[in-house]
Design a protein around this ligand. Structure first.
Ligand code: ZN
Length: 277
């Protein structure tokens, strides 16, 4: 996808599974199962999507998937059967780890930040040795001190070693991290979740983060039970869906098929139509 001077790609690190009831919140299973089939353990299968954003000066990776450090037990729980694809996908696009200048995680849950680091001879080190890693300060604070409700989604090895390595760049609220790439805190899924917006000339690409993880969560009340602040998710969806339609943003989701598309509304219903690229 060409966005002015940027080349923007969306690809999947691989598939994982989460409980369908948790994924669809208050929506009855008879409704959500028409959109996504559950397996024999009531789990639905989803991609873990990443972005590559490139111009002449910057090589930016958004999200790093579940990464290479999960135990066999964790892989079994989350239905992860294949090795992470992040580095192979980047290689196919001509990017080596040392080329990456910036890594952005929308939030620090394991399925978005797992590939930030890897185990090298017993030490946990950054996967992208030259990159700064950019998170919202609130997300960082919550991830290093999770509570009883949030603890299951955070694995400190995915982010804590970045501080010791001097790779952290913590931001507050809304920041244009490089000209044309904007990060905005959107409280809902977590306190410190951020969305990514790439704009140049007359094109805008928007990467949703988990406050709207896939096309099935376009209806306003379809909000995951995982969300710590569901009413904030609802308010954000109303605002952002309207803008996405009015300003004809090209949208990519965190946990949908790795495709871009446009959102439209007819008779009170939102729909997503894939576009090429
Ligand atoms: Zn997620």
């Amino acid at each position: 996808m060409r966005v002015g001077r940027f080349d923007v790609r969306i690809f999947s690190d691989g598939l994982f599974r989460l409980d369908g009831g948790a994924m669809f919140g208050i929506v009855p299973k008879v409704l959500w199962e028409r959109q996504k089939k559950a397996d024999d353990r009531n789990r639905v299968t989803m991609d873990m999507n990443c972005l590559l954003i490139r111009d002449a000066d910057n090589v930016v990776v958004v999200e790093t998937g579940a990464g290479p450090k999960l135990t066999d037990r964790q892989k079994e729980i989350f239905g992860i059967q294949d090795p992470p694809r992040l580095l192979d996908e980047l290689k196919t696009l001509g990017v080596r780890p040392a080329d990456v200048t910036l890594v952005i995680n929308t939030h620090l849950h394991f399925d978005h930040s797992g590939g930030n680091t890897y185990r090298d001879d017993g030490r946990i080190v950054p996967t992208f040795p030259r990159a700064s890693y950019v998170f919202q300060r609130r997300e960082w604070e919550d991830a290093i001190a999770p509570n009883e409700r949030s603890r299951g989604s955070y694995l400190p090895d995915d982010y804590a070693p970045l501080e010791a390595a001097g790779k952290l760049e913590l931001i507050d609220e809304s920041v244009e991290i490089i000209p044309g790439v904007r990060l905005d805190r959107v409280q809902g899924h977590t306190r410190g979740t951020q969305t990514v917006r790439i704009a140049d000339r007359d094109t805008t690409v928007f990467f949703s983060s988990d406050f709207m993880p896939d096309r099935h969560h376009l209806p306003l009340p379809w909000i995951p039970a995982f969300d710590l602040f569901p009413l904030d998710t609802l308010a954000a969806k109303k605002l952002i869906l309207r803008r996405a339609i009015d300003e004809r943003w090209i949208v990519g989701f965190t946990h949908d098929l790795p495709r871009f598309g446009r959102i439209s509304e007819a008779e009170g219903k939102f729909r997503f139509d894939e576009v090429d690229g």
